[in-house]
Ligand binder design. Structure first.
Ligand code: NAD
Length: 295
């Protein structure tokens, strides 16, 4: 395979386009928003520059990677000739259903249809198409050029052949693909999100403060960052929506989102992207917030 179309040019889409382009694939990067496409190309160029500065690639390889990317605002144009389409649009069930219905109409029977969703059922997405055997989850981690894991999620109908092709392709990208089945949260978020939620419950119950909880998990468990800082990076709205998927999907109270998480999202405290979550990010670095704020 050497042609890939990536739908959605946001945080994940630009990273996915970056790694494929760097490996010599022809990449069509598709977004409904032209400013998002412009921003994605600028981000990819900046991230490639960083790799040049670190001596990981030379200037010629950077230029050729950039030339491998073409942008489109029209999905039906962008997917022409692609052997695999990877959808990385906004995490919204209705939107993804609509995109896969349209993809089914504009792609041939041998095109692999992958989604980078963090939490939406691959089986449900596949059911929007006439070829559910071709639909698979390819869950890249953020930042894509740096993180090695690709969680490869088999939907109920995903074929062995499609799974094998996606596993091979991920290895060719220099990633470590790991095959899992399609149940709420897959593996990554089924384990990560309850840990983050439990850290928020621990804060909410006054067992310890933000800095203390993060320090225990960083120094005690050798995690690169504490769970509350990680929640700020991921986005508290994203954490809440994944907890809701786990709660609804398993019908088990152990996945109930912490009321403090719900309140913070309602108050617009979404973490780094909104300037404040468990820490204040308004000056570009993480700063502690007075403990009284977390009621
Ligand atoms: P984002 O908000 O940064 O980007 C989404 C992009 O999709 C936007 O540029 C938007 O304009 C575009 N878009 C919306 N509707 C579209 C359409 N119909 N056609 C084409 N483009 C469209 O989102 P993100 O953080 O990059 O997340 C994308 C996907 O990746 C989501 O499914 C998310 O769950 C998943 N994911 C995110 C992370 C993360 O850390 N951000 C990690 C793993 C997986």
């Amino acid at each position: 395979m050497n042609s890939v179309a990536v739908i959605g040019a946001g945080t994940m889409g630009n990273g996915i386009a970056h790694v494929f382009a760097q490996k010599g694939y022809n990449v069509s990067l598709i977004d409904v928003s032209q400013p998002a496409l412009d921003k994605a190309l600028a981000t990819i160029a900046k991230n490639l520059d960083r790799q040049v500065i670190k001596g990981l690639m030379d200037e010629a390889a950077k230029e050729s990677a950039l030339q491998n990317i073409t942008t489109f605002t029209e999905m039906s144009e962008g997917v022409k000739g692609a052997e695999i389409v990877i959808e990385a649009a906004t995490e919204n069930v209705d939107l993804k259903m609509k995109i896969f219905k349209s993809l089914d109409e504009v792609t041939g029977d041998d095109v692999i249809l992958a989604t980078n969703t963090s939490s939406i059922s691959i089986t449900q997405i596949a059911a929007q198409t006439s070829k559910p055997g071709n639909v698979i989850g390819m869950h890249f981690m953020n930042p894509v050029p740096v993180m090695k894991l690709v969680e490869v999620i088999r939907g109920y109908a995903t074929s062995d052949e499609v799974t094998a092709k996606v596993m091979d392709m991920s290895k060719n990208l220099g990633k470590v693909p790991t095959e899992v089945n399609d149940y709420p949260g897959f593996v990554a978020n089924r384990i990560l999100m309850p840990m983050i939620n439990e850290a928020i419950i621990t804060l909410h119950e006054g067992v310890a403060g933000v800095a203390e909880i993060d320090t225990v998990m960083k120094l005690g468990m050798a995690h690169p960052m504490g769970p509350l800082q990680l929640a700020d990076f991921i986005g508290l709205d994203v954490c809440l929506s994944i907890m809701n998927v786990l709660h609804d999907g398993f019908g088990n109270g152990k996945y109930a989102p912490c009321p403090l998480l719900v309140n913070m999202v309602m108050a617009g405290k979404l973490g780094r992207k909104s300037g404040e979550g468990f820490y204040s990010w308004s000056h570009g670095t993480k700063e502690l917030i007075v403990a009284d704020n977390f009621r």
